[in-house]
Design a protein around this ligand. Structure first.
Ligand code: DAT
Ligand code: MG
Length: 151
């Protein structure tokens, strides 16, 4: 129950700017459960798959090159409605349209340096988790605080 999962990633700009801890902390404090976490510099192949739906966009090559420019931090977060809530915690794609209090609204200005990624649907989330994590890198465990988070 309440086992929906999403894929959240701190992009190279977020790593460089020291925002990893803050972003993790927001999800932890909200009550979501961390099920996977790792750092790596992604390959072009993985990024082209991850952003496959944007292949025809003019910004696609720049986006992939930027995402390969340094390590990213990949996370799996679990909990009730986490895909939609995660997007809302991130803010809008364009940081200038993001409300203060959201990650993008608090930490960034330009679309190409928007600090973080979050899956946009449950189906996409499951695909992205498969792309970025091996099965045994995603943990199944019971959160002791579960009863204090959910009614
Ligand atoms: P999101 O990351 O909010 O899911 P998206 O999937 O539409 O947004 O696009 C992926 C990333 O590509 C986005 O975080 C930043 C970049 N991007 C999107 N639209 C762009 C644009 N019009 N110009 C430049 N970069 C853009
Ligand atoms: Mg997207």
């Amino acid at each position: 129950k309440n086992a929906e999962r999403t894929y959240i990633m701190v992009k190279p700009d977020g790593v460089q700017r020291g925002l990893v801890g803050n972003i993790i902390s927001r999800f932890e404090k909200r009550g979501y459960q961390l099920c996977g976490l790792k750092m790596r510099t992604a390959s072009r192949e993985l990024l082209e798959e991850h952003y496959g739906d944007l292949k025809s966009k003019p910004f696609f090559p720049g986006l992939v090159n930027f995402m390969m420019s340094g390590p990213v931090v990949s996370m799996v977060w679990q909990g009730k409605d986490v895909v939609k809530q995660g997007r809302s915690m991130l803010g809008e794609t364009d940081p200038l349209k993001s409300k203060p209090g959201s990650i993008r609204g608090d930490f960034c200005i330009d679309m190409g340096k928007n600090v973080c990624h979050g899956s946009d649907s449950v189906d996409t989330a499951n695909e992205e988790i498969k792309m970025w994590f091996k099965d045994d890198e995603v943990m199944d465990y019971k959160l002791t605080a579960y009863k204090d988070i959910y009614e």
